[in-house]
Design a protein around this ligand. Structure first.
Ligand code: AGV
Ligand code: CA
Length: 313
């Protein structure tokens, strides 16, 4: 049966690759796309999203919505700049024009209205901060019952997160750190949540071997697109740096399509909202229930990426 999904992302390299892969999935209907000004600059990120839809969609896709949510803790500029490179890829610019329109309303309102209008519950796939969902819930808490489940790349229960900023204690994951109150708002709802946190994504770093795997298959347009996209970000070579790239969002998107590639366990958790731990997710028996994705089968994961990408031609 076709699964309807609303995708909200924040324009990073792996967010845009995720959009491409979503468009290749059978039995998945993309009912909306929102783009947030977080791990990107939202204008080139939204343009790149529209061009990816133009070039790679096999079905009608609704207009792209631009978010006006703003950071509590902004992403480093160096990372955000990759959106300009993505948007400039010749592969996305052959046409010389963009067909997919943008919505008249901001992304949180687009999400709100799509949920309100939907006759069946929608799945939400979020690969950036939760701000747009939190704002939609503030306006109309009744949309909760229109949400089948939320699949979110965010948070961690490890001692060490992936934020290295002077105004934090190093325990946070970036998507949660960008807007901690939004995570709190969503955790306080009764929406079923699947969390793809650093526990699982730490197992899928970008490596030289993965790049080579894509390079050797660049005769397939989709794998050429993926290889070119990841060329903008650094791999894990000798040791992990602050900028080392993992396939965070791509794992989340592939999990949505095929949950059998990961291991999950049920947890109860909450999020801190006070300095210097704001954005830290933690386990507590008094917290909300969530399904934690904590491990992945690497072979099956990278095979699935190849398989989906080859459908683009
Ligand atoms: O924390 C992971 C999230 C994912 O949604 N993003 C990147 C993915 O899109 C933030 C992030 C953490 N470390 C990064 C990030 C890095 N080294 N470069 C770019 N973004
Ligand atoms: Ca992201």
């Amino acid at each position: 049966m076709t699964e309807k999904v609303y995708f909200n992302h924040d324009g990073g390299v792996d967010d845009l690759v995720s959009l491409f892969l979503l468009l290749q999935m059978d039995e998945v209907e993309l009912v909306g796309v929102g783009v947030v000004d977080a791990d990107s600059y939202v204008i080139p990120a939204a343009e790149a999203s529209r061009k990816i839809i133009d070039r790679f969609s096999h079905a009608a896709v609704p207009p792209v919505a631009i978010s006006n949510s703003r950071a509590v803790h902004p992403f480093p500029k160096e990372w955000r700049l990759a959106a300009y490179s993505e948007n400039s890829l010749p592969l996305l610019n052959e046409n010389g024009k963009i067909e997919t329109p943008i919505t008249a309303e901001a992304a949180h309102l687009d999400l709100l209205h799509k949920l309100q209008a939907s006759t069946s519950p929608l799945s939400l796939l979020f690969t950036g901060p939760l701000s747009d969902l939190a704002r939609a819930l503030e306006i109309d808490p009744a949309i909760e019952k229109k949400i089948k489940r939320l699949i979110w790349m965010g948070g961690t229960f490890l001692d060490k997160g992936n934020v290295a900023e002077p105004d934090c204690d190093g325990t946070q994951e970036w998507n949660a750190f960008w807007d901690p109150e939004a995570v709190k708002r969503v955790f306080d709802s009764s929406i079923p949540i699947d969390l793809v946190s650093l526990e699982s994504t730490n197992n899928v770093p970008l490596t030289q071997a993965i790049r080579q795997r894509w390079a050797s298959q660049r005769r397939f347009t989709g794998l050429d697109f993926i290889g070119n996209s990841y060329a903008f970000v650094p791999e894990l070579s000798f040791f992990e740096t602050n900028s080392t790239y993992y396939l965070w969002d791509v794992l989340t998107t592939c999990y949505f399509f095929d949950p059998s590639i990961v291991k999950t366990k049920e947890i109860t958790c909450d999020v801190k909202v006070d300095f210097p731990s704001d954005g830290r997710t933690f386990l507590t028996s008094k917290g909300r229930r969530a399904n934690l994705i904590y491990d992945v089968n690497n072979t099956r994961f990278f095979d699935l990426i190849d398989e989906l990408a080859k459908k683009a031609d």
